[in-house]
Write a protein that binds this ligand. Structure first.
Ligand code: SAM
Ligand code: SF4
Ligand code: SF4
Length: 334
């Protein structure tokens, strides 16, 4: 098992399969930075499924047990279920998850489940159609995302997690709507504090609605009680409705950072690894991979990167660090 300079093991890998997305969520890919002429990665620079499979195999040998496919919008990548199937066949990988905006999930849910996907997270910031379109900045009906969630439910990808990013002045009014929509369904909504990822969303601390505020809002409507973490270091803070309406969570990445427990590495769509969501520089694995490096050579590269890892951006967040250039989340994978 690989341990970093702060004693954290490498356990989870997030793989961004594309930097493209059909939504323009204002906090992630704002239209003024991702307009019509935005240069996305050319196809030849993106890792092929075979390259991803080989790297995941190397990571599995290094102790990675969980893989999450993300992006960009991962379902825009042609034939994603085939990649799921390839990863499901890798020894040591016990859990494959997907984060998606749900827009084309209804079409793909059965094939994803059949390919061996274990878990799915659907991002959804509002239930009200007008507010949803505003948050995702796209002409797309929220009903289609809800159909996607239903299709995933029918395909057995349960319990489904719903990710709701809350940004002051945008969708704090939908906290109760989203909670209400999924109470009693078995799906688990996780409200996420708006983060200063990337350099294009113009983040300010005053835009953050903290996990504490979110819990107060929900608890005033439906009293809550805490639930024990599934495992030590789980990033979500779990709660349950006292009336039996199910579970809800908050992810307090800004107000109560959890860097001490961070066991994640990110692989960008073009094959660089990043040891932190707020990273600036990655380490290229695609070059060596395509130049014929052996598994042992790639293993050594990854080992050096992880063993020298000291990232704790969120615990260190200061006025100075917030303004520094950072890699965009749609590129390295949320
Ligand atoms: N397109 C897919 C989706 O939206 O689920 C996967 C990629 S997206 C970058 C992954 C997650 O990151 C989403 O749940 C999204 O809401 C979250 N996210 C993006 N920008 C964020 C920000 N600035 N703060 C907090 N969460 C953010
Ligand atoms: Fe696309 Fe997901 Fe980012 Fe929204 S959060 S713009 S859906 S990648
Ligand atoms: Fe992990 Fe970086 Fe987030 Fe801290 S800020 S939890 S090190 S990804």
């Amino acid at each position: 098992m690989l341990i970093d300079a702060l004693g954290r093991p490498l356990r989870d890998l997030r793989v961004s399969v594309t930097d493209r997305c059909n939504f323009r969520c204002t906090y992630c890919m704002p239209r003024d930075a991702y307009g019509r002429d935005h240069a996305f990665l050319p196809r030849e620079e993106i890792l092929t499924f075979e390259e991803i499979e080989r790297l995941v195999g190397i990571f599995a040998d290094l102790g990675v047990e969980k893989v999450r496919l993300t992006g960009g919008e991962p379902l825009l990548r042609h034939d994603l279920p085939s990649l799921v199937e390839m990863i499901a066949g890798i020894e040591g990988i016990g859990d494959i998850a997907l984060t998606t905006n749900g827009s084309i999930l209804a079409r793909h849910a059965p094939a994803l489940a059949a390919a061996g996907l274990d878990r799915i997270t659907v991002s959804l910031d509002a239930i009200d159609d007008a507010l949803f379109r505003l948050a995702a900045d796209v002409d797309f009906p929220v009903a289609r995302v809800l159909e996607g969630i239903e299709a995933a439910n029918e395909a057995g990808l349960t319990p489904i997690k719903i990710n709701t990013v809350v940004r002051r002045g945008l969708n704090e009014g939908s906290i109760l709507d989203v909670a209400r929509a999924f109470r009693g369904t078995g799906h688990i909504v996780r409200f996420i504090e708006y983060m200063d990822v990337g350099s294009s969303n113009g983040w300010q601390m005053t835009d953050v609605i903290t996990a504490g505020e979110i819990l107060e809002t929900i608890g005033a409507e439906w009293p809550l009680e805490p639930v024990e973490a599934n495992y030590p270091g789980e990033v979500v803070n779990r709660w349950r409705y006292r009336d039996g309406g199910g579970e809800v969570g908050v992810i307090s990445s800004v107000s109560q950072p959890f860097c001490g427990e961070c066991t994640r590495l990110r692989l960008s769509a073009d094959g660089s690894i990043y040891t932190c969501l707020f990273g600036v520089d990655g380490t290229d694995l695609r070059g060596p991979l395509r130049d014929g490096a052996t598994d042992a050579e790639i293993t050594e590269l990854i080992t050096n990167v992880w063993e020298s890892r000291t990232d704790r951006y969120s615990e260190d967040r200061t006025g100075v660090s917030i303004g520094l250039p950072k890699v965009e989340m749609s590129y390295i994978g949320g």
